[in-house]
Design a protein around this ligand. Structure first.
Ligand code: 5GP
Length: 202
């Protein structure tokens, strides 16, 4: 059996573009684990510590930065978010694929530190539709929505370097595109550089 490294699949999108739904669908269909980030923001209703995020204090977060415990970290919408590096490296080395739901600043850091990482950006069809979806979600105040819209523009403007662009105008279509991208990532020679030698028996 061919031994290969896991795929680090990074998914970025402005909040409200449907990223979480796409992540959930992909994890339900494939053996993909979700990278659980640390954050200093408060849990939303229904969010579970250790499942959706590790909810920690700013002081604890800063200690982890000092101890180099993050593969990347960033301040998003005024809160700290970071990806713990240890579980990521352990899982990838075991051949476990991982999906990351992080922002563009964090993705840019991972593009430098994780050479096998592949990056997909999910676009909303338009800014008007994005705003409508955020309002419909009903979880954020008008002020927070304004902040998220401003952030969305910045993220879209910085999405030119991604490996894949997916427009979420229709969920099933967007999902099929993400699925196809993920399956193509699994074929990367970078994940099993020893294959040629193995096949040739060298
Ligand atoms: P939310 O607070 O809505 O869950 O997430 C806000 C933003 O932070 C989203 O764009 C999400 O992808 C991003 N995010 C979540 N975890 C991380 C992380 O570990 N690192 C970075 N850089 N961004 C993250």
């Amino acid at each position: 059996m061919v031994k290969r490294q896991g795929v680090p699949l990074i998914l970025c999108a402005p909040s409200g573009a449907g990223k979480s739904t796409l992540v959930k669908k992909l994890c339900a269909e494939f053996d993909l684990s979700f990278s659980i980030s640390c954050t200093t923001r408060l849990p939303r209703e229904g969010e579970i510590d250790g499942v959706h995020y590790h909810f920690i204090t700013t002081e604890n977060f800063k200690e982890k930065i000092q101890a180099n415990e993050f593969a990347e970290w960033a301040i998003v919408h005024g809160n700290y978010y970071g990806t713990p590096i240890k579980p990521v490296i352990e899982a990838l080395n075991k051949g476990q694929d991982i999906i990351f739901d992080i922002d563009v600043q964090g993705a840019a850091q991972l593009s430098l530190s994780l050479p096998t990482a592949r990056f997909a950006f999910v676009f909303p069809p338009s800014l008007e539709i994005l705003k409508y979806r955020l309002e419909l979600r009903g979880t954020d105040s008008t002020e927070v929505i304004e902040k998220r819209m401003k952030n969305a523009i910045g993220e879209i403007e910085n999405s030119h370097w991604f490996d894949a662009w997916i427009v979420n105008d229709e969920l099933e279509k967007a999902y099929n595109e993400l699925r196809a991208f993920y399956l193509s990532c699994k074929l990367s020679p970078k994940l099993c550089p020893q294959l040629i030698k193995d096949v040739l028996g060298k």
